[in-house]
Design a protein. Structure first.
Length: 377
């Protein structure tokens, strides 16, 4: 279960009001056109982030009483996805949704998550009617503060223009746009190590200039067959302007190309545990995706470094909190042969790092265990 999402929904209910990205419904809709209208308004909201249609919560004017949805005819996620799939959306571009159920004050509430995607405006090419409610063809609905665009009207032209600007990427700063491009490495002309620059095939004004690498050695170098590693600086450029820089590296004697990871640690009662990680939802995570051609693979011959790969910063905080409260679980994991071998290698070379190879392997094993059980609970 996503406890962060559950906490957010609880906070929204506690405000006892509706807002630009959340709407309360006492029960699931009886009228399908009304349901579609609510989804369209939230999907087209200019709020930067996901939107929520929350079922089982009463009207804010009556105090947002938690009524639950246990006794009514509820719709499933499959029902809602099939419903949207059957509607004549312009360009066949539909909102992406997911239905979650949470317990609140001994009641179940359903939360329809409408994901924030840069595909606004969503609208129908043909009208859709259910009894006395009608979604008009080519009308664009949205949500302003806590109010939907009336079903028989359309959003203000100024708001519609902002939606189209988002769709075409005209409201994205160059630094953010080049990060977005990194998630599709196949759209780049690149030959790292042989060409000084990579450029975006369809927007060649965006380039990445790779500086001359120098040899270096870090703890993860020892997890590969060949310990030779090289580090350089990549400049992310728009025309002649450098937007930002990030370090890049080669491991296993230039056999694998990666972004440079981050160091993480927890400290409990004087004991420190160090490990190495990436956060996917970050500039560096996007750069890692670019460097690995979306494979996110650290394998090189038979060696593999023990990087943790977080989805986002919230997940990093969750795991570090779990690790802090469960350090004893590390001691229950058997020492790995690779960890002992690397430690012996370090001792022979008189190399000293704050990282302990045996412990690093254990942290990765514990992380994988935690991730699996977190996703299924």
């Amino acid at each position: 279960m996503d406890f962060n999402l559950q906490a957010e929904i609880k906070q929204l209910v506690a405000t006892k009001r509706e807002g630009q990205y959340w709407d309360f419904k006492e029960k699931h809709h009886d009228n399908k056109a009304s349901l579609l209208h609510d989804i369209l308004c939230l999907a087209n909201s200019l709020h930067k982030g996901n939107k929520y249609l929350i079922f089982g919560v009463g009207d804010p004017q009556a105090g947002c009483e938690i009524k639950g949805v246990e006794q009514e005819n509820r719709k499933s996620q499959t029902d809602l996805i099939d419903f949207l799939r059957s509607k004549p959306f312009a360009g066949d571009i539909r909102p992406e949704i997911e239905l979650r159920t949470f317990e609140l004050e001994s009641h179940e509430i359903d939360v329809l998550i409408i994901f924030d995607k840069p595909f606004k405006p969503y609208y129908l090419r043909d009208e859709y009617r259910d009894r006395d409610k009608q979604i008009r063809a080519n009308s664009i609905y949205t949500r302003n503060i806590d109010t939907n665009t009336p079903i028989d009207k359309s959003a203000d032209i100024r708001i519609i223009e902002m939606m189209w600007r988002e769709r075409f990427g005209l409201d994205v700063q160059p630094g953010d746009r080049i990060v977005d491009f990194l998630w599709k490495p196949e759209e780049w002309d690149k030959d790292i190590g042989n060409k000084e620059c990579a450029y975006h095939k369809y927007n060649p004004e965006y380039q990445i200039k790779f500086g001359e690498p120098r040899e270096f050695r870090d703890i993860f170098s020892y997890f590969y067959i060949n310990k030779s590693s090289f580090i350089g600086e990549a400049e992310f450029k728009y025309l002649s302007t450098t937007l930002f820089t990030l370090p890049y590296m080669y491991c296993d004697e230039m056999r694998i190309e990666l972004a440079v990871p981050n160091n993480g640690h927890v400290r409990v009662s004087g004991r420190e545990v160090w490990y190495i990680y990436y956060v996917l939802k970050s500039r560096n995570g996007a750069f890692l995706n670019f460097m690995t051609d979306s494979k996110l693979d650290f394998q090189s011959r038979s060696g593999e470094a023990i990087f943790l790969l977080y989805r986002n910063h919230d997940e990093r905080k969750e795991f570090e909190n779990y690790l802090s409260n469960n350090l004893s679980k590390l001691d229950d994991i058997d020492d790995s042969d690779i960890g002992r071998y690397i430690q012996s290698d370090l001792d022979r070379e008189d190399q000293h790092f704050i990282f302990k190879p045996v412990e690093m392997v254990k942290v990765k094993n514990l992380f994988e265990y935690w991730r699996i059980h977190k996703d299924i609970t």
